[in-house]
Write a protein that binds this ligand. Structure first.
Ligand SMILES: Nc1ncnc2c1ncn2[C@@H]1O[C@H](COP(=O)(O)OP(=O)(O)OP(=O)(O)O)[C@@H](O)[C@H]1O
Length: 316
């Protein structure tokens, strides 16, 4: 549904986005994750035809957005980071205005009513946008993006500035919308993409540093070379035996976790998997293996490893 190939945007000597490629399948909810300044908005603005690209191509529903922006835009609903809401308009007037601006051909009243029901803004329909809470304003922004029933929704940081209850509501709304649309959602919040998205593209300093499902990314970084095991056996002897394991990088004793059961963290060379070896050796000595788990990284750890950032961008 969306194809981005070698897309770059340069401002002066600096690349805001450099040579990025990714694709989004029909019906997918893709999280575009990166810290502030990573290039998310720039990418979304190019994808939606708001700014031109320095080089590369992007297409939506098979239409090149840079060559044929008017046609391509008919397939896209866009919620920019700062939605273009007119605070002195009522929700009704604003949606009527956006309907005309977008030259939507669907039957006006029925279409707008359906969208208002979907994003749950019927009860504020006659109110001034300036008097609405941020959560409701964001819903109005989403309603505007849904006008014309586009195949693709592009939402730039849709939960920024909302309170926790509003965040949950908007996330649920996006998940719901994902059932009938292809969605790209940008975010600098890991838990958000984990909660909402089926796939995540991680961008940092204008470049893509990872692409996969949230689980894939954790797994890829975890591998099976970092293990935590618990063994019922004499701590000193077990430790000595484990120290002779092949491909060992480091072994740490974590102490006694239950009577007679000691825990160890084992790291081996990347790409090695010594779980069977551990099991067999302990079994030979009749030291029961009470627990074994990979030292899972959270998506947050993965992100920090991928981007080399000390911390995420400050806004929440
Ligand atoms: N019009 C512009 N002129 C010069 N530099 C720009 C312009 N727009 C963006 N940049 C730079 O490009 C980089 C990427 O910006 P972009 O807004 O795409 O990041 P972002 O990931 O969306 O971050 P944020 O969440 O803060 O909006 C930043 O370093 C920014 O300063």
């Amino acid at each position: 549904m969306i194809e981005v190939k070698n897309l770059s945007k340069r401002y002066g000597k600096n690349y805001a986005v450099e040579d990025i490629s990714f694709s989004v399948k029909e019906g997918e909810i893709l999280g575009f994750l990166g810290p502030n300044g990573a290039g998310k908005s720039t990418t979304m603005n190019m994808l939606t035809g708001y700014i031109s690209a320095t080089s590369g191509s992007a297409s939506v529903a098979g239409i090149d957005i840079l060559e044929n922006p008017i046609e391509a835009k008919k397939h896209i609903g866009y919620l920019p980071e700062l939605p273009p809401l007119y605070l002195d308009m009522t929700v009704k007037d604003y949606l009527d205005f956006a309907y005309s601006l977008k030259k939507v051909s669907l039957p006006k009243r029925a279409h707008i009513q359906e969208i208002c029901g979907l994003v749950k803004i019927e009860d504020v329909y006659g109110r001034l946008i300036g008097n609405l809470s941020k959560g409701y304003r964001q819903r109005v922004g989403v309603a505007q993006a849904l006008l014309g029933n586009p195949d693709v929704l592009i939402l730039d940081e849709p939960t920024v500035g909302l309170d926790p209850k509003q965040i949950i509501e908007i996330r649920n709304l996006i998940k719901h919308l994902g059932k009938g649309h292809t969605v790209i959602l940008s975010s600098h919040i890991l838990t958000e993409v984990q909660a909402v998205c089926e796939r995540v593209v991680v961008i940092n300093n204008g470049q893509i540093v990872a692409d996969g499902t949230p689980d894939d990314l954790s797994t890829a970084m975890t591998a099976d070379h970092k293990l935590i095991i618990r063994v019922a056996g004499p701590s000193e002897d077990v430790y000595k035996m484990l120290s002779k394991l092949p491909h060992l990088v480091e072994i740490t004793r974590n102490g006694q976790k239950e009577p007679g059961v000691f825990e160890y963290s084992i790291e081996t060379e990347a790409g090695t998997d010594i779980r069977k070896e551990i099991f067999n050796r302990l079994s030979d000595r009749h030291w029961p293996l009470m627990a074994m788990r990979t030292n899972d990284l959270t998506l947050e750890d993965v992100f920090l490893q991928l981007t080399g950032e000390k911390q995420m961008g400050g806004r929440r």
